[in-house]
Design a protein around this ligand. Structure first.
Ligand SMILES: Cc1ncc(COP(=O)(O)O)c(C=O)c1O
Length: 405
């Protein structure tokens, strides 16, 4: 949909789509398990308006670094409403989170060492049950679910390995410190995002629960779901199946199901609006140069196609047809090629190209290369408002030192 009067490039969040996605997720978790926690994955898109939105809608903050932890705290997220994952925690924020009963999933040996500080300094008498932590499980997804894992050769690098006994050893270490093991975290980033991955995750959770006789407050199956795409699996396909498996070992009354969606909630509602600036014909190509860039919507340079819409400035449908046009970005990188248009009417300066469903791992990974961050608007019904003003030089300079004569 074209928005008049706004200066491209910019992102637009469609609030109706965002609301609908979150509501579908909640309905599906409610019906599958009842007792659930949604930890919105900050890394996927931590735009301040978005993280505030998820807070206001009852979601916890899923954070994976001390910076993200502090960001969550800065918008008033309750300390106990943080899911603290990852390998970039600081000792200070880790201890604060454990003391305040956040969901903290241990992912490194040194974090187990850090628990000594809690036990020694604060839990001298009734140290058992005073504090609790979860642990990230590393299991062989490729073996259980061939073709789905991201690193089939090297295997996953997060968590403690179940198959070789490292997980058991780590659980023992935690228990020996008098800290309760309250949860297991089994997030797997997969190539496919298919329900089969979550079947494997749920089966491993049940196996581990039985084997180590775990009474858990939560099972955290992580993120990585599809959301908002007609042709892809919907939330009930994941959660009804996961619930059916988990119920063999866990009781929804006692054990919460934690999910950490990012992509499933924020990819679909966000579009990127650009304008054609120039058309350059060479002996090889017709380059359609836009004021957008691939760095803004495919910063890892891996996408092969985009959901997109082309809006011709004059609305015409009888322009000359060209065999091939290459849509390009504003940067000075030769390979800032966004996509190819085959056998189509020629594009002209002033035409708009809108990329849809680009809210995940885009804005948060975009480099400050050549141009600063663009505007972000919120579309709520017929109303449009700015939720991030495009950066200006002062934002870029920020906390840097500059020579003042
Ligand atoms: C631990 C963890 N949780 C949640 C997510 C969110 O994944 P997605 O945005 O694919 O839902 C990720 C992404 O890598 C992750 O590493």
């Amino acid at each position: 949909m074209k928005l008049d009067g706004l200066k491209t490039p910019y992102f637009v969040i469609d609030k109706e789509v965002l609301d609908e996605g979150l509501q579908n997720l909640k309905d599906s978790l409610e019906s599958a398990w009842g007792n659930y926690i949604i930890g919105y994955s900050y890394k996927t898109n931590a735009l301040p308006w978005l993280i505030e939105y998820f807070k206001d809608h009852g979601c916890y903050a899923e954070v994976v670094s001390d910076d993200e932890y502090r960001l969550a705290r800065s918008i008033g997220i309750d300390k106990s409403h943080i899911v603290y994952n990852g390998i970039a925690k600081s000792k200070e924020t880790f201890l604060e989170a454990v003391k305040n009963h956040a969901i903290v999933n241990i992912d490194a040996e040194y974090e187990i060492d850090w628990l000594d500080e809690l036990v020694v300094s604060e839990a001298s008498e009734c140290k058992n049950e005073q504090y609790e932590v979860g642990i990230r499980v590393n299991f062989d997804l490729e073996e259980r679910c061939p073709g789905h894992s991201q690193c089939p050769e090297e295997g996953g690098r997060f968590g403690f390995c179940y198959e070789n006994g490292e997980l058991e050893r780590a659980i023992e270490r935690i228990r020996n410190k008098g800290v309760k093991l309250s949860g297991i975290h089994l997030h797997k980033s997969s190539k496919t995002r298919m329900p089969a991955v979550y079947k494997a995750i749920a089966e491993v959770a049940v196996e581990i629960g039985k084997k180590y006789d775990l009474e858990l407050d939560y099972v955290d199956i992580g993120g990585g779901f599809f959301g908002g795409l007609e042709t892809k699996p919907k939330f009930p396909e994941y959660f009804d199946m996961v619930a059916g498996i988990l119920k063999e070992q866990f009781d929804p009354q006692k054990t919460a199901l934690v999910v950490e969606p990012g992509n499933a909630l924020v990819a679909s509602p966000i579009g990127y609006y650009t304008t054609v600036l120039d058309v350059k014909k060479t002996t090889h190509n017709t380059f359609v140069v836009t004021d957008g860039s691939r760095t803004q919507i495919d910063p890892l340079m891996t996408k092969k196609s985009y959901f997109h819409e082309i809006i011709k400035k004059d609305g015409s449908d009888n322009r000359v047809r060209l065999d091939k046009q290459l849509i390009c970005g504003f940067t000075c990188m030769e390979h800032d090629h966004i996509f190819k248009v085959d056998n189509s009417e020629e594009l002209m300066p002033g035409d708009q190209i809108i990329y849809q469903k680009v809210g995940a791992y885009t804005m948060c990974l975009t480099p400050l290369f050549i141009k600063w961050f663009p505007d972000v608007y919120l579309k709520d019904g017929d109303s449009i408002c700015t939720i991030r003003h495009r950066w200006i030089t002062e934002n870029y300079i920020g906390r840097s030192s500059v020579n003042e004569e």
